[in-house]
Design a binder for this molecule. Structure first.
Ligand code: CTP
Length: 435
């Protein structure tokens, strides 16, 4: 019996898929079809898959060509499958020509001609709504990688830019060359479906307020404001106008961070005794950078240690009105959290979470959470949890936004309202140097 294996995502099942399965089956007697698993696709940056795994399997099954269907869950699985199922021939469309030649040590490799003029990508583009993103730029010409990252999420395209400062706008356009430049903020808001508010903190509230007022979804760099009452107003406006208000804290949309949360919140490292986190950047051009860095660092603390600490103490070093460094101490009923933030004062970037049954550590650019280490106090074993992706993770936030839009959901579940509120409350206190 000649055994054949082929793989694919088989999203939005189409004629090209049908044809390749038919021809693969004709190549032998027994056909195994590997359908890509959700995490495998996310891991390799294929974020646009629309159908659930169950639907994709069902569609392959309905062709009647597959004798067996398996799930492809990780990179490198193909070799194991070929050995395990004793495969004679590996079949794949010729869009992959040459890419699987290394499998010929294990079985025959055949590239079949791809059906012309059709693909899942093409169907997705035609079927699903596309949203235009407009950026409200702040006092530095930087897009935080949203332009590149949005290219990996079908539903979005960054087309519009507005910047109050003409010099910054010119610099921005030299770098990114977006389709439409707006000289009025309200015109940009009008012309966009989603607004990315990247203004400096003192101007964020205004930009977010006007965008929500026009019913536009908003992604904003946190904190939105220094005033809790203003943030409250924005949440209210978001609900009234059915517009999503999404904090740009990409970490919470990255798979491995949710593993970390699961471990800490689910008691897998025991009771948490200590949360220690440091972050610093040296970026002369950005005023108020301290608050942006603090917002990023306070979120994991609040998620892991909770919102209800007994009291807090802040040691703040100022340079004029700008904060250069702050050590924020939070005393919880059963533990202590220390957040050190340096703006132009360098501190070692890291997170350490000590529990009664283990310690978790993250290093370097920990806010992009590509990996964390789990140390077991009873042994020298270190387990590393990781997720591989290129870029800064903006695509995962955008993907989450597109799912929310599709499901008519207004409140994001990455960062909860009470968490955002608490962060603004803390920063207001730090700003006023209270403890
Ligand atoms: N395939 C084909 N003809 C097409 C589209 C796909 O023969 N017009 C084949 C691919 O070469 C592969 C299998 O179908 O062997 C599964 O492909 P998959 O990547 O799931 O489909 P695409 O339509 O290429 O999906 P996408 O646009 O998301 O890349």
């Amino acid at each position: 019996m000649k055994k054949i294996i082929t793989y694919g995502t088989f999203d939005l099942f189409h004629k090209g898929h049908y044809n390749i399965l038919k021809r693969a089956k004709e190549y032998g007697d027994y056909l195994i079809v590997g359908v890509t698993g959700v995490n495998y696709d996310i891991g390799r940056g294929k974020l646009n898959v629309h159908d659930t795994l169950a639907t994709r399997i069902e569609n392959v099954k309905n062709t009647g060509f597959a004798d067996e269907i398996i799930v492809e869950e990780y990179l490198g699985q193909k070799i194991e499958d070929i050995i395990k199922y004793n495969i004679d021939t590996f079949v794949i469309g010729d869009d992959w020509k040459g890419k699987f030649d290394h499998l010929s040590r294990y079985c025959d490799v055949v590239y079949l001609e791809r059906t012309k003029g059709i693909s899942s990508t093409q169907i997705r583009k035609k079927t699903f709504e596309q949203y235009t993103i407009g950026i409200i730029c702040g006092d530095y010409a930087d897009d935080n990688q949203i332009i590149n990252e949005s290219e990996l999420v079908n539903e979005f395209e960054v087309k519009n830019i507005y910047c109050e400062d003409k010099k910054i706008l010119n610099l921005f356009q030299q770098k990114f060359n977006l389709e439409n430049i707006y000289t009025s903020m309200s015109k940009l808001i009008e012309a966009s479906d989603v607004i990315y508010v990247r203004s400096t903190i003192t101007k964020r509230f205004d930009a977010i307020y006007h965008s929500l007022k026009c019913g536009k979804h908003v992604i904003y760099d946190p904190p939105a404001t220094f005033k809790p009452s203003e943030l409250k107003e924005l949440f209210k406006l978001s609900k009234e106008n059915k517009a999503i208000l999404m904090e740009n804290n990409k970490m919470v949309y990255i798979y491995v961070f949710n593993q970390l949360l699961w471990m800490t919140q689910g008691g897998l490292i025991g009771d948490i005794l200590s949360f220690n986190c440091s972050i610093s950047k040296t970026d002369e051009n950005r005023s108020n950078l301290f608050y942006d860095l603090s917002a990023i660092s306070l979120l994991p603390m609040l998620k892991i240690m909770g919102l209800n600490y007994d009291h807090a103490n802040f040691k703040v070093k100022k340079n004029g009105s700008d904060i250069e460094f702050a050590s924020m101490h939070f005393v919880y009923p059963n533990g202590l959290a220390i957040i050190n933030v340096g703006n132009n004062i360098r501190v070692d970037n890291h997170v350490e979470i000590i529990g009664t049954k283990g310690t978790i550590r993250m290093k370097d650019n920990w806010w992009r959470v590509k990996n964390f280490e789990l140390h077991n106090p009873q042994s020298t074993d270190v387990q590393v949890y990781n997720t591989n992706f290129e870029g800064n993770g903006f695509k995962y936030l955008l993907k989450s936004l597109s799912t929310m839009i599709e499901n008519n959901r207004i409140e994001p579940m990455g960062v909860f309202e009470d968490e955002s509120m608490k962060i603004v409350e803390i920063l207001e206190q730090v700003k006023n140097n209270e403890s």
